[in-house]
Design a protein around this ligand. Structure first.
Ligand SMILES: Cc1cc2nc3c(=O)[nH]c(=O)nc-3n(C[C@H](O)[C@H](O)[C@H](O)COP(=O)(O)O)c2cc1C
Length: 200
C-alpha cells in the first residue's frame, strides 16, 4: 500500500521528526511503500502566490512543486500528517502546504455553495505533539475545537476517511525528556492497528 507522510518541524532532532522516523520505519517493516515529504528540509514554499489563487483550477499555471505534491497525494492510499500544535493549530509550514496543495479543483469543488471533497477513497491519519497535557486541552474544549477545524474541516472536507489521530502531550524543553521506548511502542501500536502487514 502506498503511503504519503507529510511532516512539518524545523528541528531535525525534535520529537516530531523522531516520531516521523519511527512511523515510517514501522510502515516499511510492514511492507508498505512510503514517500516522505519533510517540508522544512525540502524547502517547501508555504506562501500561496496570487497567480495560483486567481486561476487555481488551471494546472498549467500552478508551480511545479505543487503539481508534484498533488501527484504524490493522488498516488497514495493513505496520507499521514505529522506536526506539533502551535497555538493549537498546525505550523504555518503545514498550513501553507494545505493552502497550496489542496487547491480548488484538485482537492475540492464548490457546488451551489457546498464544498465537495475530491479526494475520496483515501485514508488520512494525524500525529501531533503538544506542550500542554491532553486532559487540560479536552477539559475546556480546545482539543475538540482543534480536531473539528483540522481533522474534520480540512482532511474530512476534502474526502479523506480520517482513521485516527495519535497525540503526544506534555512535550517541551522544560518538561521531563520523552521516553523514546514508550513513544515507539505507541507509534508501533497505532501503525499496526490501522495498517496491516502487506507481507502476511
Ligand atoms: C510557536 C509555538 C506555539 C506553541 N503553541 C502551543 C499550544 O498552543 N499548545 C500547546 O500545548 N503547546 C504549544 N507549543 C508547544 C509545542 O506544541 C510542543 O512543546 C513542542 O512542539 C514539542 O515537540 P517538538 O520537540 O517536536 O518541538 C507551542 C510551541 C511553539 C514553538
Amino acid at each position: 500500500m502506498q503511503h504519503l507522510i507529510v511532516a512539518a518541524h524545523p528541528v531535525e532532532d525534535s520529537l516530531t521528526m523522531s516520531l516521523t522516523r519511527m512511523y515510517v520505519g514501522e510502515l516499511v517493516r510492514l511492507g508498505h511503500d512510503v514517500r516522505v515529504h519533510d517540508l522544512y528540509r525540502m524547502g517547501f514554499d508555504p506562501v500561496l502566490p496570487a497567480e495560483e489563487l486567481i486561476d487555481g483550477r488551471n494546472a498549467h499555471i500552478r508551480m511545479v512543486d505543487v503539481l508534484a505534491a498533488q501527484e504524490d497525494v493522488l498516488e497514495a492510499a493513505v496520507l499521514t500528517v505529522i506536526y506539533p500544535l502551535w497555538w493549537m493549530a498546525m505550523p504555518a509550514m503545514m498550513k501553507g502546504y494545505i493552502d497550496r496543495v489542496f487547491s480548488r479543483g484538485f482537492a475540492y469543488t464548490v457546488e451551489q455553495g457546498e464544498v465537495r471533497g475530491l479526494l475520496g477513497g483515501r485514508r488520512a491519519a494525524m500525529v501531533t505533539v503538544s506542550g500542554a497535557p491532553l486532559a487540560s486541552l479536552t477539559d475546556d474544549g480546545r482539543w475538540q475545537t482543534m480536531q473539528l477545524l483540522q481533522d474534520v474541516h480540512v482532511f474530512g472536507a476534502v474526502g479523506f476517511d480520517v482513521v485516527g489521530h495519535l497525540h503526544f502531550d506534555e512535550v517541551g524543553p522544560a518538561l521531563p525528556p520523552a521516553d523514546a521506548q514508550a513513544d515507539f511502542a505507541r507509534v508501533r501500536e497505532f501503525v499496526r492497528g490501522h495498517f496491516a502487514s502487506v507481507l502476511a
